[in-house]
Design a protein around this ligand. Sequence first.
Ligand SMILES: Cc1cc2nc3c(=O)[nH]c(=O)nc-3n(C[C@H](O)[C@H](O)[C@H](O)COP(=O)(O)OP(=O)(O)OC[C@H]3O[C@@H](n4cnc5c(N)ncnc54)[C@H](O)[C@@H]3O)c2cc1C
Length: 433
Amino acid sequence: MLKKVAIIGAGAAGMSCAATLAKHPEFAVTLIDIDSHTGGQATSIPLDQSTHGASSLNDGVQGGSQIFRHTFQFFRRYGYEPQPVKLQVAFGKGRNFWTNVFPNALVDQHSAEIKKLLRVLTCVKYLMPILGIMPVKTILRLFRFSADFSNQMVLQLLALFLGTGNQTPNVSSVLLERLFNDPQMKLWEYDPDTLLPNLPLMYTFPNLNNFYRDLAAGLRVKGVDIRLNCNVTIVERGKKGVVLQLQDHEEGQSTGQPSTETFDDLVICCPADESKNLLGQNATWREKYVLGGVKFFNDLTITHSDSNYFRQIFESVYDPKLCAKPTTQERKNQIAFAEQEPRSQKDGWLGFRPMYYMHSYVSDSTKIEMGFNCSNYQHQFREELGENKPPLPQDQHVLQTIFLNDQEKDLWTWDAIDPSKIISYVIDPFLAI
Ligand SMILES: Cc1cc2nc3c(=O)[nH]c(=O)nc-3n(C[C@H](O)[C@H](O)[C@H](O)COP(=O)(O)OP(=O)(O)OC[C@H]3O[C@@H](n4cnc5c(N)ncnc54)[C@H](O)[C@@H]3O)c2cc1C
């Protein structure tokens, strides 16, 4: 007999769950989402090609590393290919600046602590039950790492790895250890000299609106019933199955009367706080404990082309004053790479073209602001330019600034972004542990 399964949420998790269940003929799958599109937070927006040099941008999820094998398989099944890019980061400004592109003073200054952190991660691995559950901030303090090294380097890098924003100090140290040591999780090798290796390989994603549209069409062919603009308002679980209350929903408004429908089983693929709300009083203590352990704060992502704003808070342009001494041939090569006139390559850029930016606020160095130069990062911009071409002028670049945690709005410098250069803005829930 067919088993009726409802999946709530048609983001990456719900779509992947539906694709897996659709392979088994014993399931009749219904995928439900309140939004009018599939893909959830993974969205794309159109761009003015004549100004920005590409017709679209993935404005939330942009890329991943080679560990995203499962995601890449899905892309390829629908004719899309993730594109390699050699990652360049630029963290901090002035004396707090560091990068993985050329040797710099901050990395040299913390060279002993970088080596020590590798030893500490080995301790965390072997004393996992005790040290692993401690927050990263406790481990950094316990092993007497300097505040500068902790805030300017470790926490910023981990925030980039995990997307945990200002809550990164509270992440369990087991995650820090796994991210560097676990072959299934690690994004890059730990570099005992520089922490982050020189130009490691990342991948940028295809147009995610198109990919999720095609994946949805493929699932419909396989018999998945996809219901968009449909809000699940109540979940009731009983002996005869799961009863969902469904409410049609359009442009933020409920439309028509709610209806109920019974399913044999349910998979909730929504953020933890929303899942807990959906289960309400019916949640078991275990569900309440696990789902309640994750909190989300709202962050504001502004997509813009205000390169002056970027220049004021980040080191977005190569400056020889930022370089440390070229004491080895490897360092000389890195400096020679960084100082050349930028040229597009299939897998990134020749010259200093940072993609990921981060800085901590002067008034509170434990809090960060994130930035992306999407024109340097996402492959469609380089494809449109062609290979070995100079970049577009800075003020045509598509940039993103992410202000974290709206409870700390007093730190945000959003009013310094020229409003005439704003392309779009989105308020997203950002994960906290
Ligand atoms: C700014 C930002 C940048 C990011 N960048 C990257 C990146 O570069 N690379 C990367 O790998 N990851 C990135 N992430 C993380 C990535 O977005 C998430 O891990 C992923 O999209 C989560 O997918 P999901 O399916 O779990 O949830 P979601 O995408 O949130 O999907 C949940 C779905 O559930 C629906 N829903 C919720 N409640 C209901 C309800 N009651 N009824 C019906 N439907 C409901 C929602 O509408 C939504 O479509 C980023 C996240 C953010 C916020």
